[in-house]
Design a binder for this molecule. Structure first.
Ligand code: PLP
Length: 376
């Protein structure tokens, strides 16, 4: 910590991630595989560190969003299977194969391209087919009138040379939302997923070894969707509905009080003069701003945890600093730590104030913020 100059840092509790991994495993059916989602630098926690931990603990699979993220893992010594969730241009087929990466096939046309490239190289590419059951993002279409065509496209894909279709998956849109309409939507997505699987097996005798669809929301609320593998991201880091499984937040974003001053009532604070003191105020200047990942939209609408108390944030959050009210926290001094979010300051309150979700806050912690790993 000494070499960090104690400005702003993100503590990553590796024990929490280890605990969360085992706690999630504990609620899975016997034999169900575990894929840890480590895209976006493991939601800001450090993809390589988290992947090494998961590899050591015996996870089965990792997922990233793109080839660059996958290569970071391979270059860092990660040898376990890695699934790329997003698109990879066909020009990189050789790189995928060479590095033993699993690519998602999102439609017949792309499967054909990968097959042609793989044939040209005389090698085999491993793929998981993705079905679009209601996200309307990536995946083979199969809804309504498109059912027959979707099933046929999957069967045709599976017949293409030099492709090994190891898996089959879909992604839920509202598995983390508790209302009845969302529940019905999720059940319908799952029904469509299994209907397509059944049709492909009935007509062509094709069985995919790894069928998966459960993201964090589904792991908590739809255990019946676990199938051959689950695919949690947020839960692994202890956020979302992790409380229900006794999970622990792994990241604690911390900054420090750099200056304390007194201002009389009626003093304007920060850009835009959006806050004016109503009383003589003992004001702390914190050494973190939106260039560190504090959402500017939460300005004047959140509080940070200082010396065990909530310090209201005052005025517009600046690029590198922001102000807090320390009037009622006399024990706070220059150098005191301020928890922006973490085990003692719920990330949900900050994300609500910023009209966003914990996911975005976690991946918004910028590269200026050093990650400090605890409990290696
Ligand atoms: C990001 C992602 C996940 C993980 O989602 P969480 O809500 O963090 O569990 C799973 N599957 C796919 C396809 C994803 O893109």
């Amino acid at each position: 910590m000494d070499d960090l100059m104690k400005r702003t840092w993100a503590e990553i509790d590796l024990d929490a991630i280890r605990h969360n991994y085992h706690a999630i495993r504990g609620v899975l059916p016997e034999g169900c595989r575990f894929l840890g989602v480590v895209k976006a630098d493991a939601y800001g926690h450090g993809a390589l560190r988290v992947s090494k931990l998961l590899q050591d603990e015996g996870a089965d699979y990792l997922a990233v969003s793109c080839l660059d993220e996958a290569m970071e893992l391979r270059r860092g010594g990660i040898t376990m299977p890695v699934l790329i969730l997003g698109h990879t241009p066909k020009e990189y087929t050789g790189m995928l194969i060479q590095n033993d990466l699993t690519q998602t096939a999102t439609c017949l046309a792309k499967a054909v391209e990968y097959s042609e490239e793989a044939v040209r190289l005389g090698k085999t590419l491993k793929l998981h087919i993705k079905l679009d059951t209601g996200m309307s993002r990536l995946g083979y279409l199969c809804e309504g009138e498109l059912f027959e065509e979707g099933v046929q496209n999957i069967i045709t894909s599976c017949g293409l040379p030099n492709l090994d279709f190891e898996g089959f998956y879909t992604h839920f849109a509202v598995s983390d939302e508790p209302d009845e309409e969302s529940q019905a939507y999720t059940r319908e997505q799952f029904r469509l997923f299994t209907a397509v699987l059944d049709a492909v097996e009935a007509r062509a005798g094709i069985r995919f070894p790894i069928r998966h669809c459960a993201n964090s929301g589904a792991v908590v609320s739809y255990p019946e969707t676990a199938m051959d593998m689950v695919r949690p991201g947020l839960l692994l880091y202890g956020y979302g509905d992790g409380g229900k499984l006794g999970l622990r937040p792994a990241m604690r974003l911390v900054t420090t009080v750099s200056t304390i001053k007194y201002h009389e009532a009626g003093t304007c604070v920060s850009y835009g003069r959006r806050f004016m003191t109503e009383r003589r105020t003992r004001m702390g200047v914190l050494a973190a701003g939106y260039a560190d990942g504090l959402p500017r939209l939460s300005s004047n609408r959140c509080s940070y945890r200082i010396e065990g108390k909530d310090a209201p944030q005052l005025g517009t959050i600046c690029m590198d600093m922001c102000m807090v009210d320390l009037t009622d926290i006399p024990e706070a001094e220059v150098g005191s730590e301020a928890e922006i979010f973490g085990p003692n300051n719920d990330i949900q309150a900050i994300s609500d104030a910023a009209q966003t979700i914990p996911y975005e806050l976690l991946c918004s912690v910028t590269k200026r913020v050093p990650r400090v790993y605890r409990n290696e």
